[in-house]
Design a protein around this ligand. Sequence first.
Ligand code: FUC
Length: 805
Amino acid sequence: MKIFFSSLLLFFVFSCSVKKYEKENQKLWYKQPADASAIDSPDGWHDDPEWLKALPLGNGSLGVMVFGDVNKERIQLNEESMWSGSHDANDNPEAYQYQDKIRQLLFDGKYKEATALTNKTQVCKGPGSGRGNGAKVPFGCFQTLGDLWIDCGKDDAYGNYYRELDLNDAVVRVQYSKNGVSYKREIFTSYSDQVMVARFTADKPGRISFTCSMTRPERYTTHHEGNQLVMSGALSDGKGGNGLEYMARLEAINKNGEVTCADSVLSVKNADEVILLLSASTNYEMKYPGYRGRDYVNITKKNIEKAGKKKYADLLESHIEDYSRYFDRVHINLGDNGKDTIPTDERVQLFKRTKDDAHLCELVFQYGRYLLISSSRPGTLPANLQGIWANKIQTPWNGDFHTDVNVEMNYWPAEVTNLPEMHLPLFDLIASLVKPGSQTAEIQYHSKGWVVHPITNVWGYTSPGESASWGMHTGAAAWICQHIGEHFRFTNDTAFLKRMYPVLKGAVEFYMNWLVVNPQTGKFVSGPAVSPENTFIAPDGSHCQISMGPTHDQQVIWQLFDDFGMVSKVLGEENKFVDEVQQAKDRLAGSKIGSDGRLMEWAHDFTEAEPGHRHISHLFAVHPGSQINPIQTPRLAEAARKSLEYRLSHGGGHTGWSAAWLISQFARLHQAERAKESVDLVLTKSINPNLFGNCPPFQMDNNFGTTAGIAEMLLQSHVKNAQGLFIIDLLPALPKSWSEGSVEGLKARGNVRVDLSWKDGQLNEVVLKPSCKKPFIVKYGQKQKVTNPRVEETIRLTKADFDDI
Ligand code: FUC
């Protein structure tokens, strides 16, 4: 109990002393360290429990996991472009000649033969992603950079232990006492200075002594350059040679005491205070076809040199300034019930029993925003399956960019939770796929434009996957391009649109060539294609995946064509091609309702082989699309609701990302309690002690999906009325358990900032700050109000304003 009160005391001392402003307490905190002496499992797919207690920091490209251990500290290191592998020619020139044959088999209902022929002739050439184990094949794998070890050399007893990650300033703090001395550590990764900074202090002089070393499971050497420790090496190119080159550089700045650096060890003796600076880089460049060229050695030198000239206080200040200008945009209160007095790992366990902790929901909401700011910055790579954090050589699914829900989910919170800048790396990735994707379109499909399938990497992989059952997701390019329209709808940024128009047009060109007419219906259908990773039972009882016109493809291609029409109009692009695309859109086979009232996943009312399947791709049009919604398409929305309930009643939502997607789905269908139950499902089934999400294994998309889902419960704006005005829907899915609360700084489409507060489950007040004069609709319940804002005007409405309508 004494330890508890003292760490509680420390907790309050800390929170009072450091933070610039006192808004919400948004900390992950613990009473014990993650055990740095635990050995990671060599099995890439096996999670390491102690690593999942460590605390993540990131500046978009440099990611670290701080264990906070006392006698021997481990800081596990990542650099976003640490990828084995290399660009490779995986497109299959044999594919094209079989496509019409496969289509005919499918129109004739011969699904078994068609699936077999697709598997034989349409998949990529070569090993593809190595079935998710691509570390040693050209596809490659996102890998750990290595570990920084800080060894005090003795295993002394310690007390008063406390560690935290403060989301308000993105700093990890560790505190403990040992031999009558109180020690503190502060660690952060600075975007403005491009270094990790770790400060070690004690309340008595000359007490800081430790040795630093850097290691990696393979392919590394360390040496010293003057007083700097350097780790470097080259990864496998997947073709038997050396590929990417990398470097990490460490320097210690001491107050009194002595620092020496020899061979592979940096030693500190009897210092009053020590600041460690670490920089890392690789020779990766997102430039097709070589993807190399960055002067990584000098980058590490320059970053350390520059940071080394700054005072610690200035390093910390510029970091907090840079970080909080994004993070502070949104504040949320879901009816705090004071449970933040319990260490985070304990309250996660408690939540499994009680499912009653509004503050944990607030924390997880903000954590998703924190992780996006930490893993996706202008100029960096986008967040991958693990954000930018991985401690393995073989990361699950290669830590790649899966485009059949996962990378999209990573960016669902970006706009609505007011982090549009964090969305930009995704557009760099999409634009970088145009060249290799045009190759794939030409070689595999003899088509103009560009295409990507369900997986891509940092080497421009755009070919199908190595198995048709998941690899033939031809809707992927259309799905990922939806983000272009979304970014514009939230920002009104026409310069961005101009830049991305050729990218969008290229994808449209591919689908205009890819679509064929279904001889039975006269409608345009996509195929041969899969409904991502799902299997149906064909009339002959065989388990198949390939069909013509799976609902998902029809929906994402509709969205792409609709967005192309909208964007062309905004940019004044009027021409024959634009008209043809709109005609094609109207001729696409649409979503249908099956005999049991559910939305059909395939063009035919097939039985699913796995009724509780994790993917719900045929509900794209409910979320993140907008074509199906309770306002304009109530029948389809009801069918979608039935599909969700059916999935859940058969064990659906069993992966973290799948449960997170359910939050947004139910919110879009105005099913408040079901949406909240899905939040609970994520928090009880798919969360680790450090609040990292689980697929399992560890996977970050559900962190982002949960943040986006909670925002969808409080605010929506994806539907337009008949005059094309966005309908800003207030509290569309507010659960009873969040009866009182507020949220500030969310964004609605049309670039409108929205602050909301509610009491007894009813709207208290909404404050809308539009950034332009465009009128929009504000909806609360069934009541709608048209607004004609003047620029920069603030519009305040209360429940009474809607009661009067
Ligand atoms: C898809 C999902 C899996 C996992 C992987 C990264 O294959 O079906 O659950 O999330 O992506």
